[in-house]
Structures are given as structure tokens and as C-alpha cells.
Design a protein around this ligand. Sequence first.
Ligand code: HEC
Ligand code: HEC
Length: 165
Amino acid sequence: MITTNKKKATVIVFLAAFIFFGVAAYNPPKTPQGEFKNLQVLPKDISHEYLDKIMHSFNDALNVKCMFCHVHTGDDWRAGWDFAADTKDEKGAARHMLKMTMDINANYFNWANSSRPDTIRAVRCVTCHRGSPHPDKETIDDQMKKLGFGQPPPPPPPGSAPPKN
Ligand code: HEC
Ligand code: HEC
């Protein structure tokens, strides 16, 4: 049973990182090689339909449009896209996020020992982003200051300052 669970879990882990989590997700349909030119994280033979769902899930999770990560040129709304291009930093960031999410799901949930791995609530983009490209407004600097680190040193106690005259 463990073997089946693990095998299932690997697939779930991978897919749960993205979006929906249904029966269809166990067996994603495939597409002939070569439709997509620059997939480095997602499976190269992913179906058009499935890729589309994942991309729309990004839009929803971050509350952005495709253009947030992909370049569009010219006036023709349909023809002006170059989805394979890595021009925008946001696309690179999204790839890292994708890997991070998959890593969290693969390594920090109890897939192997669970009798019901299909009930585990894995992490998705929306888990953190909740409709914003910047899920946390506070920078690491703000956070450290709140914790009392990195503050300017307190004024010296009275009497310890050197006399002025
Ligand atoms: C948050 C960023 C982000 C958003 C928003 C986004 N994408 Fe993507 N998209 C990516 C990343 C990252 C990849 C590459 C994934 C990989 O390397 O496995 C990609 C790949 C693609 C590809 C494959 C291109 C190729 O040939 O390699 C297509 C097509 C695509 N996106 C379409 C869309 C569409 C359509 C939308 C809007 C509905 C959209 N994307 C929204 C980040 C995004
Ligand atoms: C564990 C929480 C978490 C998860 C899960 C997560 N993100 Fe993020 N993401 C963040 C945080 C926090 C930042 C801001 C990082 C910073 O300020 O440098 C961020 C930043 C980004 C950015 C950069 C935004 C910009 O304007 O530069 C993109 C794009 C992004 N995430 C896409 C995704 C996508 C797509 C997924 C799902 C595959 C995802 N994230 C999953 C926490 C998360």
C-alpha cells in the first residue's frame, strides 16, 4: 500500500503545487513533444489544456494578468505574445516560486505515512499570495526592526556623556 501511496503522492505533490486537485489530476493528459519551447520546471509534454489551467491559476493567485510575467508587443492582442521568452524578471521569479512550492509539498508533508494522502492540504501559490503579487508588505528590514534588531543604539544614560565645556 505504501508503494502505491508514494507513487500517487509523487504525482499529487507535483500537481497540488499548482492548482486544482481532482481525480483528473492523477493522470494529466499529455501533448506531443515540442508544443512548448521553454518549459524548465513544468513537464515538457504537459497538455495545452493543463498548462492553460496552471497559468490561469497564477493569474488568480496573484491577481495579475498574463502580461505580468509574459511579454506582449504590437497592437494585435492575440498575435503579439511571446510566451517562451524569458524577458521579464517576474517570469524568473515565478519559476523559483514554482520550485519552492513543489519542494515544500514534496518534503514537508507526511505523504509516506498518511493513510489518506489525498486529503492533505498541500501548499499552492494562493496559500501565500491570496490575490497579491507581494504577499507580505513588510520587508525583512521592517520585520527585524519590529523585533528590536538593527535599531540605532539607545542614547547613553544621563551623566555618562562627556562634559560639553
Ligand atoms: C506569475 C507569472 C506568470 C503568469 C501570470 C503567467 N505565466 Fe505563463 N509562464 C510562467 C512561467 C514561469 C512559465 C515557464 C514554466 C516552466 O519553465 O516550466 C510560463 C510558461 C508559459 C507558456 C509556455 C511557453 C513555452 O513555449 O515555453 C505559455 C503558453 C504561457 N505561460 C501562457 C500564459 C498565459 C496565457 C497566461 C495568462 C492566462 C500566463 N501564462 C500567465 C509564468 C506566468
Ligand atoms: C510560502 C509562501 C509562497 C508561496 C507558496 C508562493 N509564493 Fe510567490 N512570493 C512569496 C513572497 C513572500 C514573495 C515576495 C518576495 C520578495 O519580496 O522578494 C513572493 C514573490 C513572488 C513573485 C515576485 C513578484 C514581483 O513583483 O517581483 C512572483 C512572480 C511569485 N511570487 C509567484 C508565485 C507563484 C507563481 C507561486 C506558485 C507556483 C508562488 N509565488 C508561491 C511567497 C510565496
